[in-house]
Design a protein around this ligand. Sequence first.
Ligand code: BG6
Length: 489
Amino acid sequence: MDAATFILFGSTGDLAKRKLFPALYNLFLEQKMPQHFSFIGLGRKPFTDAEFQSYVEQSLNTFSRRKPSDHSALKAFLGCFRYYALDVNDKAGYVELLKLVQKREQELGIPENRMFYLSVAPEFFDVIASNIKESGLGDTAGWKRLIIEKPFGHDLKSARALNAELSKSFEEEEIYRIDHYLGKPMVQNLETLVSANPVLGALWSNRHIANVQITASETVGVEERAGYYNSAGAIRDMFQNHLLQLLMMTAAISSPMQSAERNIRKQKIGVLRALRPISKEDAAHHIIRGQYGAGAIQEKPAVGYREEPGVDAASMTDTFVAARLWIDNSLWQDVPFYIRTGKRMKDKSTRIVIEFKAGIKEPYGSGEQPTEPNRLTIQINPDEKITLQLNQKNALNNGQLEPVNMEFSMPANQLPDGYELLLFDALRGDATFFAHWEEVELAWEWVQLVLEAFQENRLPLYPYPSGSYGPDAADALLEEQGFHWWQNE
Ligand code: BG6
């Protein structure tokens, strides 16, 4: 891996403390960091280098999956960290920053490879990118890369405007858009699961799959984020990015026999292009929006969204979205993809359920015994598990047909965090699990009409009790095709 400088905007923020420092530290322990690296933390607080290093150390003690125990390793890691107080609007500050970056490059004898990570509010993305360019920080003899977090815009228009701004300073190949769902180990495992297992790969299409159900349910409510969430809602916060990414991944992976093109990003773009648009007039037929009311989460009373601090008593913000989507290509024609996400639901669970078409009817001359459809459940979060449900005849129970599960679980709490995997990829220049601009744009294109339908109140806003599986109306989406949600039971 190339030696490089990691320049973090927003280094005193929450993400840095909880995720980024621990991710870098674990990579360092696993010798997955460049041997020589320079880290420059930026923020508004006036830290000295020593204060910053002790701030990083505290974050590791609190949030790292491996707590620092080897003093000399910790010292070597922290020794790479420097701090510079920067007002992101102050052009002169960037010139000083460039001097510091160059000084460290010389001290360490490392090439001008520079990674800029923008862990700041999205309204600062364009000013930072243009100041990087103007100050000369971006004129490197080595590579430069920009990592940004969602939201990439608020709608199609603002996303395009943001991209146009960023493109003035960085090439598409240099921009790494993080969708942290793509960093989850089980999501990164999806392609292998299908391509390395012909037993699944051969079934991965409309010939054998009846429907796909993707759920990302959360028990948490809006918490302290009402300011952001009120204008985002579940559709922007989860659906446009994380849920559509899971859909793309599920539909884009296919067995090597079916796909000559092994580039997953291109295949994902192909999936989005084939996604059947939903007109505003028809939105209510394919999309259900909901908002949580009062209820209980694991027996603890929970207030409704409109009673949450900072939320308007008449708020129309969606905290739940379910949708039925169709992918009009030869692999997926006629397979409904059902997607749902919501806050304050019964359980925290991100999973993909593949329901296979029903087997031979009356297989053993016992026509009265119903069989359950085979299902492959890929549990992504909080635990990582793959379950294949089969049917078998139980000789201990009069030869009754019964469903059985084959299950494989990953050991809990030992897996690398998504940010570890993503930062490692970005440092190596592998963008496979980052969102390409075309993915983001096409996802916004699809969602835009839904946003407008929401805005124009063309769909009811269904209330659902906190602690439930969401509004009942979401069941009807599946019932129309004779299916039902497979809950986490
Ligand atoms: C974030 C959303 O992107 O994802 C949050 O902004 C949500 O609202 C979170 O809670 C869920 O992530 P995870 O990894 O816990 O499923």
